[in-house]
Design a binder for this molecule. Structure first.
Ligand SMILES: [Zn+2]
Length: 350
């Protein structure tokens, strides 16, 4: 059976017919094919949504260090129901269960192993895997997973971030092994170190100094602000402590930097970092509120993110992931919450 869809294809906005041959897209009507089934006629077609920063498989409680394969499957199902066809996990507390990953309706998954924390940085958060040899551990995680590793660039606000030379050595080591480096940072010094070291993605970037924008643009570093998570937590920091002030000011600064980074040519991507799973549409709305044009904010949670992860979109020969919406998400981003159809790996899953 060959699936056929007709609609306005994003990002180029052209009305097209497309056919799915197994896990591939073609714009050329297959010759002589009798068993063609039209599963969408009209509407707007995206190559699915992408959440590049999500941690399925563990409970909401930060103190819960368990990784539950059944909960992982539940979280993945929530992503899929929402039309999320590709995911990156920058830090997991366990290994992705093969049965979930290899299921015929599984979203594409890019893992990065565990959260790595250099021993000189912090021992205070149990979810970190503490290592004395950050370079070797990072290379090993990238090799063992999908080419990515995830480091804590900073953690305790009172403590110094990972030293620049060490972070640079990690980037060189992982790049030499063909991998990429995602770095958590939420202090001014931490973000500056990551931007100077040329990491592949800055995660969060709270309190980002202005000079980071040009550094990230020069290094091709992507920015994943996870605004959804901070919009929930920063306003709760109403106290008068130095840390409360850092949070409030750091959050205001990061929201400003999102637009500045975008304007400077930095690839800004959508990640939620938080429950509920399947909520990347909310991140799109936060990116628009921060000043991204709606077209780019939708792309940050779809075609731009796929390109960044090495996944093709709705192009000739591209991977057969499609979501269908009644309205144009560039004009009505809320429509992303209501996919009419979800097609993954050439199969209708919703
Ligand atoms: Zn995270």
């Amino acid at each position: 059976m060959i699936l056929h869809l007709r609609g306005t294809v994003l990002p180029d906005g052209e009305p097209r017919d497309l056919w799915l041959l197994g896990d591939r897209v073609t714009f050329v009507r297959p010759a002589g094919a009798a068993d063609v089934v039209t599963v969408a006629d009209g509407g707007f077609l995206l190559p699915g949504l992408v959440d590049v920063h999500t941690h399925p498989g563990s409970g909401d409680d930060a103190g819960d260090l368990s990784f539950d394969p059944a909960l992982f499957a539940e979280h993945i199902a929530a992503h899929r129901e929402a039309g999320t066809t590709a995911l990156r996990f920058p830090g997991l507390l366990g290994e992705v269960p093969a049965a979930v990953r290899e299921a015929p309706d599984a979203p594409r998954m890019i893992t990065a192993g565990r959260w790595l924390a250099w021993a000189g940085l912090s021992r205070t958060a149990a979810f970190h895997t503490v290592t004395d040899d950050l370079v070797a551990s990072a290379v090993a995680e990238a090799r063992a997973h999908d080419g990515w590793c995830k480091l804590m660039g900073d953690w305790d606000f009172e403590a110094a971030p990972v030293p620049y030379k060490l972070l640079r050595a990690v980037v060189e080591g992982v790049h030499a092994a063909g991998g990429r480096v995602a770095v958590h940072c939420q202090s001014a010094e931490g973000v500056l170190g990551a931007a100077r070291a040329g990491v592949d993605s800055v995660e969060h970037g709270m309190g980002m100094p202005q000079e980071c924008v040009a550094l990230m643009a020069a290094h091709g570093t992507a920015y994943v602000p996870t605004l959804t998570a901070f919009a929930g937590s920063a306003p709760l920091r109403t106290g008068g402590t130095a840390r409360d002030r850092l949070w409030r000011e750091g959050h205001r600064t990061m929201v400003r930097r999102v637009r500045e980074a975008y304007d400077a040519g930095v690839t800004v991507l959508a990640g939620t970092d938080s429950a509920p799973f399947g909520n990347v549409a909310t991140e799109v709305e936060h990116l628009i509120a921060a000043g991204l044009p709606a077209h780019s904010a939708v792309g940050a949670a779809s075609w731009t993110a796929r390109a960044f992860l090495g996944l093709s979109g709705l192009t000739e020969g591209g991977l057969a992931d499609v979501t269908v919406y009644d309205a144009d998400p560039r004009l009505d981003p809320g429509t992303l919450r209501r996919p009419r159809r979800v097609v993954l790996r050439g199969r209708v899953v919703r």
